[in-house]
Design a protein. Structure first.
Length: 458
C-alpha cells in the first residue's frame, strides 16, 4: 500500500517506521530536514521536505497515486487542510487525520465529503487517556484492551504467589472461579519468551498472563492469578497537558486527584476547568513537592508530561518515596528497555497505543481492531469473518479444526452481544468477531490470508 505520513514528530516517525517495516511504500513529509534525513538513512522509505498542506509538496510526495494519507503534524489545521487538498486535487481514497482540539471534534457535521473530508480521526492523547483509565479501573492489570466496543476485554497481569491457580494446569481454571464465569488464557510470556498455552500448561509466579473474558468477569478472573489489589482512590498526575488534564477531568468525580503542573498559565487554566481536583503549580521532579503532597499515601502516580526524562525521573522518585504504584509514558523505545519491573510498575508507549488504530486500515482480512503489544512484537486482533463454508477457510469449522499460524491463539468469539470463550468445539459463524493473539508478528500475513474471504476457495 502506498501511504503518505505527514509529520515526523514522535508519533509520525514511529508510525512511519512501523508501516515501512510491514512492506508498505511510505513517504514522510515534514519541515525538519534533519529528522527526515535520519529516517531516510535508517528506514526503507522516502522523505519530502516542505509544508504538509501545500499541493506542490504533496505532488512531490506522490499524492496523485497514494492509497492513504495519514496527517499527524502538531497542527490540527495543517492536518485538516492536507486532507482537503488530498481529497479535492488527488482524490486520495483514505484520509486519516490527527485532530486534538475538542473545538473541532464537538462538531461532527464539519467532517464529510462536502466540508472537511476526513475519513478517520486519530487522537493519540485520547487513546492514551482511555488506556490509563482502564488500568486505574482494574488495579493490578498491566494492560487492558477493549474489543467489540467494550463487551469483552483482553487483560495482561503478572501472576503472583497469592493466585490460587499458580502451580496448577490451565485446565483447572474453572475450579477457582465462580459458576458462570469463563475465560481463556490466550498467551503467556515467561522470562520475556512467549508460550502458547494449552490445558497442560502450568502457571508460574511472575508469568505475564494474557487472558480473554467478558468485561463483567474480568475482576473475578484476575483473582485466580494474583492477589487482589486495593481499589485506586488517591491519584497524583505529573503533568497537566492534554493527557493529564483529560485524565483529571475523567477521574475527579470518584477519585481524589492532584495535578502537578510546572507552567503557571496552564496550571491556572486547568484549576479553573476542574471542579474537585487539586492543582499544584510546581516541578513534578521536586522531592519537596512530592513529600508535601503525601506521595507515600498515593495509590498510583502517573507521569504524563511530554518529556520522557521528566516522566522517568518523577516516576522513579515517586516509587522510591513510597507511592504504591507508578505509571509513566515513554516515547523512546530504548528508555523502556532499561526499566526493571521493580522500578516502574507500568510503562506506556503512546506510539504503540496509536499504531493499532492505523493498522486496521492497512491490513487485509476485515480487521476491526488491533492492539500492538510487547513493544510491537505481538498483536491482539479482532477480525470479523464473512461468507460461508464455500469462500471462507474458517466459517462452519470447529475451532480445533482451524489451522492457525504458529504462535497464534484464539481467545474467544463475540457473536452479537454474546461473549463465547474459545473452546475446541465452538463453531465459527458468519459475522463472528474473533479475538486473536499473535505472539510473532512475522506470521501476520498468514493470519490475514486465513481470514480473508476468497472467491475461489471451495
Amino acid at each position: 500500500m502506498k501511504i503518505l505520513v505527514l509529520g515526523a514528530g514522535q508519533v509520525g516517525a514511529s508510525i512511519a517506521e512501523h508501516l515501512s517495516k510491514e512492506n508498505n511504500d511510505v513517504t514522510v513529509v515534514d519541515t525538519d530536514l534533519e529528522k527526515l534525513m535520519d529516517m531516510q538513512n535508517r528506514l526503507d522509505l522516502r522523505s519530502v521536505h516542505g509544508n504538509a498542506s501545500h499541493p506542490g509538496v504533496l505532488t512531490r510526495a506522490g499524492a496523485e497515486d497514494a492509497d492513504m494519507v495519514v496527517a499527524l503534524t502538531n497542527s490540527d489545521e495543517i492536518n485538516m487542510v492536507a486532507c482537503q487538498v488530498c481529497h479535492s486535487i488527488f482524490h486520495t481514497p483514505l484520509k486519516i487525520a490527527r485532530v486534538r482540539q475538542s473545538e473541532y471534534l464537538d462538531y461532527p457535521d464539519l467532517f464529510n465529503a462536502d466540508h472537511l473530508p476526513i475519513d478517520v480521526f486519530i487522537s493519540p492523547e485520547r487513546l492514551v487517556t482511555e488506556h490509563i483509565r482502564r488500568l486505574i479501573d482494574y488495579p493490578g492489570a498491566l494492560q487492558v484492551m477493549d474489543f467489540a466496543h467494550g463487551i469483552a476485554q483482553l487483560v495482561a497481569i503478572a501472576a503472583d504467589d497469592e493466585g490460587p491457580l499458580i502451580g496448577h494446569q490451565l485446565r483447572e481454571i474453572h475450579n477457582y472461579m465462580p459458576e458462570g464465569v469463563d475465560a481463556r488464557v490466550a498467551a503467556i510470556f515467561r522470562d520475556n519468551k512467549p508460550i502458547s498455552p494449552d490445558g497442560d500448561t502450568v502457571i508460574k509466579i511472575n508469568d505475564m498472563v494474557f487472558f480473554f473474558a467478558a468485561k463483567k468477569d474480568i475482576k473475578q478472573v484476575m483473582k485466580t492469578l494474583r492477589h487482589t489489589d486495593r481499589p485506586v482512590k488517591k491519584v497524583i498526575l505529573a503533568g497537566g497537558g492534554n493527557i493529564g488534564f483529560s485524565l483529571a477531568k475523567m477521574l475527579e468525580k470518584n477519585h481524589s486527584i492532584k495535578v502537578i503542573e510546572g507552567n503557571k498559565k496552564r496550571s491556572r487554566f486547568i484549576a479553573e476547568e476542574l471542579t474537585k481536583a487539586l492543582v499544584i503549580k510546581g516541578d513534578c521532579t521536586s522531592e519537596e513537592i512530592l513529600f508535601e503532597e503525601n506521595i507515600d499515601q498515593c495509590d498510583i502516580f502517573c507521569a504524563v508530561t511530554n518529556d520522557d526524562q521528566t516522566n522517568l525521573l518523577s516516576a522513579l522518585m515517586a516509587k522510591k518515596m513510597g507511592a504504591d504504584k507508578v505509571l509513566t509514558l515513554i516515547s523512546r523505545h530504548n528508555y523502556a528497555q532499561l526499566l526493571e519491573r521493580d522500578q516502574i510498575d507500568i510503562a506506556i508507549s503512546p506510539q504503540h497505543i496509536t499504531i493499532g488504530g492505523l493498522l486496521v486500515h492497512v491490513r487485509k482480512g476485515n480487521m476491526a481492531r488491533i492492539h500492538s503489544l510487547r513493544n510491537g512484537a505481538a498483536e491482539a486482533i479482532e477480525v470479523v469473518v464473512h461468507g460461508d463454508s464455500t469462500n471462507s477457510k474458517v466459517i462452519g469449522k470447529q475451532l480445533k479444526d482451524i489451522n492457525l499460524p504458529p504462535g497464534t491463539t484464539i481467545g474467544g468469539i463475540i457473536r452479537g452481544t454474546k461473549v463465547i470463550i474459545a473452546h475446541r468445539d465452538v463453531i465459527v459463524e458468519h459475522e463472528d468477531h474473533i479475538i486473536l493473539f499473535v505472539t510473532d508478528k512475522r506470521n501476520i500475513n498468514d493470519v490475514e490470508r486465513l481470514f480473508h474471504v476468497s472467491p475461489t476457495f471451495m
